[in-house]
Design a protein around this ligand. Structure first.
Ligand SMILES: C[S@@+](CC[C@H](N)C(=O)[O-])C[C@H]1O[C@@H](n2cnc3c(N)ncnc32)[C@H](O)[C@@H]1O
Length: 452
């Protein structure tokens, strides 16, 4: 036998099992060229403030500053850019999250609408939008009535004993029970109770043994016994400050209509037409928008068992944490959207997985296919409710999956074209690193589609 073929110079014994990715050192800008060529467009590089983290200092947005989506400053920049085209645009965000687009729209006096499938985020977004007439003093007056001697138990489907220190947990139970006791007979009382619930939800991770960066995981930070009370006081003060700001600066817009529907953007029919649709869909292969918020969902009563979380997740635009059964059913079903790019990418991913010998999800080609089928449904629904001359702006990142480049942004633009939209602009807002091959450069893109 010829053994020479296995002979390698400088074989590093510690790295013998690590296969080099053929994508090492590569970049999506190069890999995207063939797709751009086919679409007949090019990418403009224009750095933009799209990181959600920037919202932690922005009035109202900061009430529940979860890591996801994009920044209020980015949304405002799009409103400013189109201010001469639309005088008072009607706004839609089909993936409303905790309401960045809609809150910013309301601050401009624009009517805004959204859909969101996670009941916690839907609740938070609506509270941020619909408590604008409450006075800071009234919030504080009710907050000061909060009983601190009527505990309610921690959610029993979560591992609360591990997630919170034994000194912190009883204090959280006191706050949970106290909030449940607050009056909610009048509309105003209900609004204040909801504000306090939002404040409570936004302190939970801070006083836990967890961190979200961006996915939820354990951390070894030190958490103090009084943390829940102190943090809630601080949060209420912050919200009260912003309510005062609204009353003295934005009182004309208190009644401007802003609604987030607890609905699936793949099948929801709006009864309005929109001029500007601004959104950030879930990224392929990205965040699980249910498990990441399970703590807040459990403590606020939006889920009572794991199965409920799973079922909400399965209705969403797919992420790579969905149940295998859902993907099996999808792949055996009929009437799926596809195109030649998707088919080629699926084949390449299947070969990539075979070459690697193993992968986190062996059904990844079908997960990828389902992602684009889901997005096709959303874009079709949005298209139907766009006015003529409307824009559809999406912030989305591309992916590297099993060493295969997936031009998510360009595929979304292509799906838009198939449905009848025109590609107005594709901008690269920032560079990211691939989680799988750190030296591979991905991008985050702003795709602007236009309806004639
Ligand atoms: C990238 S986040 C958007 C964040 C938002 N821009 C913000 O600033 O909060 C995507 C959102 O889409 C939601 N989502 C996923 N699939 C959905 C669907 N089919 N219908 C409605 N919402 C969905 C997720 O729960 C998540 O909140």
């Amino acid at each position: 036998m010829q053994l020479d073929i296995w002979k390698k110079d400088n074989l590093d014994i510690r790295r013998i099992n690590r296969k080099k990715s053929p994508k090492k050192g590569g970049s999506s800008d190069i890999d995207a060229l063939k797709y751009l060529d086919e679409l007949g467009v090019s990418i403009h590089t224009k750095a933009q403030p799209i990181k959600f983290a920037e919202n932690v200092n922005e009035y109202i947005h900061r009430w529940a500053p979860y890591v996801q989506g994009f920044s209020a400053a980015f949304v405002q920049s799009k409103f400013d850019y189109y201010s001469k085209t639309y005088r008072s645009p009607s706004i839609l965000d089909p993936f409303a999250g905790c309401g960045t687009v809609l809150v910013q729209a309301k601050l401009n006096g624009f009517k805004s609408y959204g859909t969101e499938l996670n009941p916690l985020l839907h609740f938070i977004a609506n509270v941020k939008l619909n408590s604008w007439g409450i006075s800071p003093n009234y919030l504080k007056k009710i907050y000061n009535l909060l009983p601190k001697d009527k505990p309610a138990p921690a959610p029993n489907f979560l591992k609360s004993g591990k997630q919170f220190n034994k000194e912190v947990l009883p204090n959280l139970e006191l706050l949970k029970g106290g909030i449940e006791e607050l009056p909610s007979i009048t509309e105003k009382q209900k609004k204040v109770k909801d504000l306090i619930k939002v404040a409570f939800s936004s302190i939970l991770i801070d006083c836990s043994n967890l961190k979200r960066s961006p996915c939820l995981g354990y951390s070894n930070k030190k958490v103090y016994r009084t943390a829940p009370f102190d943090l809630l006081d601080q949060k209420i003060n912050q919200i009260a400050y912003d309510l005062g700001l609204i009353l003295s600066n934005f009182s004309d817009f208190i009644d401007t209509e802003s609604i987030v529907y607890l609905a699936n953007s793949m099948d929801f029919n709006h009864d309005h037409n929109f001029d500007l649709v601004i959104t950030s869909p879930p990224y392929m292969n990205g965040m699980d928008y249910v498990m990441n918020y399970k703590i807040e969902m459990g403590w606020l009563g939006f889920a009572e068992k794991q199965e409920e979380l799973k079922s909400i997740k399965n209705d969403m635009v797919v992420c790579d944490n969905v149940s295998k059964g859902l993907i099996r059913d999808f792949s055996s079903g009929n009437g799926k959207y596809t195109n030649e790019w998707i088919e080629e990418i699926k084949d390449d991913i299947a070969s990539g997985i075979e070459r690697r010998g193993n992968y986190r999800r062996m059904d990844m080609p079908n997960i990828v296919h389902k992602y684009f089928d889901d997005m096709f449904k959303v874009i079709s629904k949005v298209y139907n409710s766009m006015s003529s001359n409307a824009r559809f702006i999406l912030v989305v990142g591309d992916s590297l999956i099993a060493d295969v480049y997936v031009p998510t942004d360009l595929l979304i633009a292509k799906i838009g074209q198939d449905i009848g939209l025109h590609i107005e602009r594709i901008e690269k807002a920032r560079e990211r690193r691939s989680g799988q091959v750190r030296s591979y450069k991905l991008r985050e893109t702003i795709v602007t589609l236009y309806k004639e």
